[in-house]
Ligand binder design. Sequence first.
Ligand code: GLU
Length: 494
Amino acid sequence: MSVRVRFAPSPTGFLHVGGARTALFNWLFARHHGGRFILRIEDTDRKRLVPGALEDILDSLRWLGLLWDEGPEVGGPYGPYIQSQRLEIYREHAHRLVEQGHAYYCFCSEERLERLRREQEARKQPTGYDRFCRYNVSPEEAQRRAAAGEPYVIRLKVPLEGTTTFYDLVHGEISVQNRVQDDFVLLKSDGYPTYHLANVVDDHLMRITHVLRADEWIPSTPRHILLYRAFGWDPPQFAHLPIILSPTGKGKMSKRVLQEQGRWETAVFVRDFREEGYLPEALVNFLALTGWAYDDKTELFTLEELIEKFDISGINPKPAAFNYEKLEWMNGVYIRRLTPEALAERLLPYLEALGIRPDRETLGRAIPLIRERIRTLREGAEMLEFLWKEEVQPPLADLVPKGATPFEVRAWLAAAREALEALPTFTAEAVEGAMRGLAERLGVKTSTLFMAVRVAVTGRRVTPPLFESIALLGRERTLRRLEQALRRLEALAG
Ligand code: GLU
């Protein structure tokens, strides 16, 4: 039987790195076994839908390169792959279970259920439906009341005794006693299926062989097994993936938790990592190693290697902490593996986001200056931005280094302008010679002088190497920027 797996996100928010990791493991598993990777959108909880979430999920998966063999936009033999377009299928299946005596109509009102819950809480009993309609409403009466228009839900008749057991490929055997499960709802009164019903029906109809999904669904799985049995179907195999925790190993990877923990990184959605300038291939490599390992040392894998080596036995059942430092390091490695031309190409959207339309020739010459020192594409774009900006406006606090006065800096920049103006050729070597000579003549530490010039010319304290940067910017613009800085300092020094 050939492998068929699915990623089944609900469009209730942007694609989270945890979701992306689930998608990746499914994708790798499918590719490893020469199987199919299916994308299914679980959008039957209408209250939780978020506008734009579906588009974000599709875009993010495509950006990561996790293309689906069947699913929205590409179609496939078991479609439609969006659950809200399959409502009739779920209704038909829920009613089939009623006819076969595995499920029943429940007419209990919200108020009754609420009262029941409160009573159970007061008595410190587990909450759950008390099966009133299972015991007190005959199938004939149920048909009559439903035909008369009384609203109802359909509930599964959960066996009152025994245990439900399944073997999880990551966690081993998991067993739950049936008496702790209540008769959960399959079809809601508005005719929409619950997650449990739609998920099981679709996994069966879409011929899913392996369900790789987040740990949080473990408690639902015994319910799913009961449903498979009620339908008379064989369940797929299950592998529940450990959750990804925040870098401290405590708390979820959510923006709120990260902020509470005082982290400067708050990227949690795939789109955040994209905006910050991570390469999709680096993020994929990194996510593959968050909760999975091949051995205890190999960190860099090409996609082909991941496909070849990925295996459920390498999944760690314990939660994994998200390691931003490692991701940054890895991204730097992947950046340096790009050819200079490819790096220039990848920087373009990030420069554009800063409002810059660079000329290719300058950009090409700037690449060697940053290639070794950036860890993200955004960092690269920010470092190079000064080459094309009309004007730079450094904060005065940066322009006047610590321990210097505006008056002194003004004198240094004026001298720098003269020295650079007088250079016969404007090469990096010539600029360097002039600047070093100047520091000596002025009796200023080179680091102090160079910082003042760097900030005046580029607007930033962190830049590519100074002399190359100045040479690349060109004499005319360098002098103009020194001039502008001088004017600001004059206003300040009076
Ligand atoms: N729609 C569920 C989710 O958003 C899917 C769970 C599953 O894979 O069964 O995570």
